[in-house]
Design a protein around this ligand. Sequence first.
Ligand SMILES: *Cc1c(COP(=O)(O)O)cnc(C)c1O
Length: 493
Amino acid sequence: MDIFPEATNAEETLDPPDWADVGALSHRILDDAIAYLEDVRNRPVWREMPAEVRAFFGAPLPRSPAPAADVYDDVARNVMPYPMGNIHPRFWSWYMGSSNFTGALGDFLAAIQGSNLGGGNHAAALMDSQVVNWMKEMVGFPASASGTLVSGGSMANIIGLTVARNVKAGVDVRERGVGAMPKPLRYYASDQVHSCHRKAVEALGLGNQALRRIQTDAGLRIDIAALKAAIAEDREAGFRPACVIGTAGTVNAGAVDDLRALASVAAEEALWFHVDGCIGALIAIAPKNRSLVAGIEQADSIALDPHKWLHAPFEAGCALVRDASQHRNTFAVTPEYLKSTPRGLASGEWLHDYGLQTSRGFRALKIWMALKEHGVEKFGRLIDQNIAQARHLTRLIEAEPALELMAPTTINIVSFRHRLDGASEEKLKAFNTEIMLRLQEEGIAALSDTTVQGRHCLRVAIANHRTRRDDLDLLVAEMLRLGREIAATATLM
Ligand SMILES: *Cc1c(COP(=O)(O)O)cnc(C)c1O
């Protein structure tokens, strides 16, 4: 006799009625994905979406089911053909990595296993800690340091700057808040510092004015004498100098602050030394260029970005803190429902005690699989390769009278512009912007633009394992062609 008649087949689930159908569709998706990457070089870097594609995303909330194959067809038709473009060999906009297939498999498997990396006693948690340990080793941090995988560099910087605030506050800032601090804190960074630090000091309750931007030298590195003067001035004025942020690879022009000099200033002045290494921390694994970031191993905290030069699929950032107890003391809170047990699933340390998130994704797997497959030495060579490619482009620009280098090339970022005889700065900006937009719209290459030392310029950031030198040769040829075409139509000029 059936005691619970309504509990037999009545419940619903998200699992498919027939796993064999799922297999067929999944194999098709996988085949399409492989073909997609194999063919990436032959597609435009970027293209504008037609009106019907834009309209597709206005569709209302689906209320009733659709076959999974139809759902995939929608994605194949409306999403896959219109990517941002950063997996393409000629994408050099802003600053991001170009992903990799093994990493994508890692993301898939992480979702299949589905573990929550808030912590607990399971294999994914051990792998998460192992990847953090590997990151420490890459930048020369001691094994006793701590760290956490986060969404990206911005979050990793917030982690470091929060630990700095709590250690230097002069009160129990967790309990009493910034209002109870005896003196307002001051942080220091170069005027090239990434915008996420502004958001960080604002969110930390210190205010944007607490982040003093120090002038840079001709190489766009923080001016050490000016830094020392600012610290002295602030002490005199009743502030508490708390933290110096060194940038290993500025987003504007790829400048690398003198990290050794910053480490000594921090030691002399008893400041926290944080390194924003979102771009450049991993140069520490590049055999030909690692001396550029010497001193990074002396930092108190480092932010780095595996979704940049390790090409992890988004998102993957990493914060490292030299003193694990300072790190943990900044974030650890153990509510009743998350108490550890001596054995079983809830034994061991909670990974969420090292940051702001409670639930955390299994980001480690995509990084782990790609590192295992290729080995860290290959990633180091790829970094050297990108830096060599940037030097190649720099030489092409220097040899071409129509082009002008706008900042020294230190690593993999090249700032330059197309000249235009007799044109004002304003016209040069319009002319170069037009070149940049046509390069995008014609699907040739994606560059971005910026302002360096008050002058507008175009910017190529090569954090791309698919770029080849002939892609850069093509870029120069196409820029010259577009320059001629735009100058000839003269609508702008
Ligand atoms: C990219 C970058 C960041 C921000 O990192 P996200 O991963 O985009 O959050 C911070 N600082 C520098 C120098 C960067 O290049």
